[in-house]
Design a protein around this ligand. Structure first.
Ligand code: SAT
Ligand code: MN
Length: 596
């Protein structure tokens, strides 16, 4: 008797017509064999899929150069295929499931001829966790098979968990011929299914990541009463040894990974990492919010990673606990056969080739490493991994941090009055683009909860779902808006950031322990400046005050912009969120009246 899983794999094989089918067991020996195939047999154009790096400096570490058009997620080609367009919402590209399947079936037909089909059984979350999900991904490239071993718990347990069920999470992936015109990432939330073709890049191809753990999982969370969020999870240990767990959502280029791996500038504090990208949040039996990280790896941006910005990441990259570590589209030092990227410590090596393999000289206009070049490394290599990482229950969350990059407006830290007000803080998140992003510099992009590209259904309904989760929490986490990026009149950042951010986190920890007061303002609760531990920080009293300054005129424009953004969700936007806008507007009116 065949199982539904075997039948499904059989059907995909009939469609894709691979030469061979290999069911992965997720062992290290197998990963070594697949890497070997990537070095010796598989190629993208003329480039082998993997290249071994300097063994002494980077043991068990391999370099991958992608197809030149395949360097980032492609939101334009990413679709939510729900029968009802309104359910997908204005935040998603939509296609009817029948149309999507018809279109892609033609592209998948025979796409694996001459190739191996890898069947990857994997768990998102510890298999012993009530919150974990058993999944299967099919792929046709060694790079994805090996990356999935790093990023997920890939082993036969998933097959056992699936057993005779047919509602397991399914992902079909092929790089096909990397043609950007035939590249699609299609999500079928009702079927727990993803079809992805034409790309080998992280979020397009590692289907356990954004595709399942956020887009499909957010939809499951809506149906089942939990949240799938684009958040880091961290534990802050105070000098007494108490650990407070938090999650943090931030749009890209706000230092999310650096926060999860922060090295404290305050003596006695330690930050433990549990996750750098995704948190699944469930209401526990105790009425608290509990978080697990469904992933086991870090897929991070290389440029800008250094001993100054993230010393723990460099240690993680050199770690040897888990095979292997991958670099994608960095530059290469051809003398030493080591990866290199802009922002790495030390001098620029003399002999470099850029991410496309062309000789590169310092001062050249183009970057040596692709701005979105990445590392893929196991979280088990992190020297600061929390001992609770594998706890099937997850960790209880005391605070949710909502970050953004705003040169004005948002103070260094503000606590919400309550859950609803906190949800509003998340809904209104907007971040200014940096030069590193493809977009223009300094443009504001609204990105509620940093989930705009990842919410698998109508975001208006998502806001409502957040409000509903709050009603189920007897003991909800406190919610904070933070902003490390305010500038002075000369455009200079006033807050030093990085390890110094612990000063803000310390205040948050003390708030969750009811050990410190706060002052009510129109925006929320702010610290008494004396309550922030600024010993040894290079921030003047004047600057500190400015970091909390609020300009009502700026906020007037902001509120109108938020309202305009919300218009697109029509009647799906909860009235509570509109009321929060109104309340804020009114309190500024009152404050102005006081001043005049
Ligand atoms: O590829 S990921 O989506 O995981 C990373 C990113 O592009 O944001
Ligand atoms: Mn992310």
């Amino acid at each position: 008797m065949t199982t539904p899983l075997e039948r499904w794999v059989d059907e995909q094989a009939k469609l894709c017509k691979p030469d061979k089918i290999h069911w992965c067991d997720g062992t290290e020996e197998e990963a070594r064999r697949i890497v070997e195939i990537g070095i010796k047999e598989e190629k993208i154009g003329n480039t082998p899929v993997f290249q071994e790096l300097n063994k002494e400096a980077w043991p068990d570490t391999y370099f991958h150069r992608s197809h030149p058009t395949d360097v980032a997620r492609t939101e334009k080609l990413t679709f939510i295929c729900h029968p009802d367009k309104e359910t997908a919402g204005p935040n998603n590209n939509w296609m009817h499931p029948d149309e999507a399947k018809e279109k892609l079936r033609k592209l998948f037909d025979g796409c694996m001829k001459g190739r191996t089909m890898y069947v990857l059984p994997y768990m998102m979350g510890n298999p012993d966790s009530p919150y974990a999900k058993a999944c299967i991904q099919i792929t046709d490239i060694s790079y994805v098979a090996v990356s999935m071993r790093i990023m997920t718990r890939m082993n036969k347990t998933a097959i056992k968990k699936i057993g005779n069920r047919d509602d397991f999470v399914k992902g079909l992936h092929s790089v096909a011929d990397f043609d950007p015109n035939k590249r699609f990432i299609m999500h079928f939330p009702e079927e727990h299914l993803v079809w992805s073709i034409g790309s080998g890049y992280g979020g397009n191809a590692l289907l356990g990541k954004k595709c399942f753990s956020l887009r499909i999982a957010s939809y499951l969370g809506l149906k089942e009463g939990w949240l799938a969020e684009h958040m880091v999870i961290l534990g802050i240990e105070d000098p007494k040894g108490n650990v407070t767990y938090m999650t943090a959502a931030m749009p890209s280029a706000c230092g999310k990974t650096n926060l999860a791996m922060l090295e404290s500038a305050l003596p006695g504090y330690k930050v433990w990492i549990l996750g750098d990208d995704i948190a699944w949040l469930n209401v526990g039996p105790d009425g608290r919010l509990w978080a697990i990280n469904p992933e086991t790896g870090l897929f991070g941006v290389a440029p800008g990673t250094s001993t100054k910005t993230n010393p723990n990441m460099l240690k993680t990259l050199k770690g040897k606990k888990f095979y292997p570590t991958l670099f994608t589209n960095t530059a290469l030092n051809t003398d030493s056969n080591e990866p290199w990227w802009e922002g790495l410590d030390g001098d620029i090596p003399k002999n470099l080739i850029d991410w496309q393999g062309k000789p590169w000289r310092a001062g050249q206009e183009t970057k040596a490493a692709h701005p979105n070049s990445r590392f893929t490394v196991s979280i088990y290599n992190a020297p600061t991994l929390s001992k609770e990482f594998d706890n099937p229950k997850g960790v209880p969350i005391s605070a949710i941090i909502l970050g953004s990059r705003r040169t004005k407006l948002i103070p260094l830290v503000v606590e919400s009055f309550d859950w609803e007000h906190g949800v509003f803080m998340g809904v209104r998140i907007g971040s200014e683009t940096t030069a590193a992003a493809i977009h223009k510099e300094g443009v504001l992009r609204r990105d509620p909860m940093a989930m705009l590209p990842f919410c698998g259904y109508n975001m208006g309904d998502y806001f409502r779902h957040w409000l509903n989760i709050g009603k189920k929490l007897k003991n909800p986490p406190k919610i904070y808006a933070v902003n490390w990026f305010k500038v002075d009149e000369n455009g200079k950042f006033m807050w030093p950031g990085f390890g110094e951010n612990i000063r803000v986190l310390e205040w948050i920890v003390k708030r969750t322990q009811n050990k410190v007061g706060a002052q009510d303002t129109a925006l929320g609760r702010m610290p008494h400046l004396k309550a922030l531990n600024m010993k040894g920080a290079c921030v003047s009293a004047k600057e500190l005050k400015k970091l909390f300054e609020v300009n009502p005129a700026e906020w007037k424009a902001e509120i109108s912009d938020i309202n305009k953004f919300l218009d697109q969700f029509g009647s799906h936007t909860p009235k509570e969120i509109r009321n929060q806008c109104k309340k804020l507007e009114d309190s500024f009116k009152k404050e102005c009246a006081k001043v005049h």
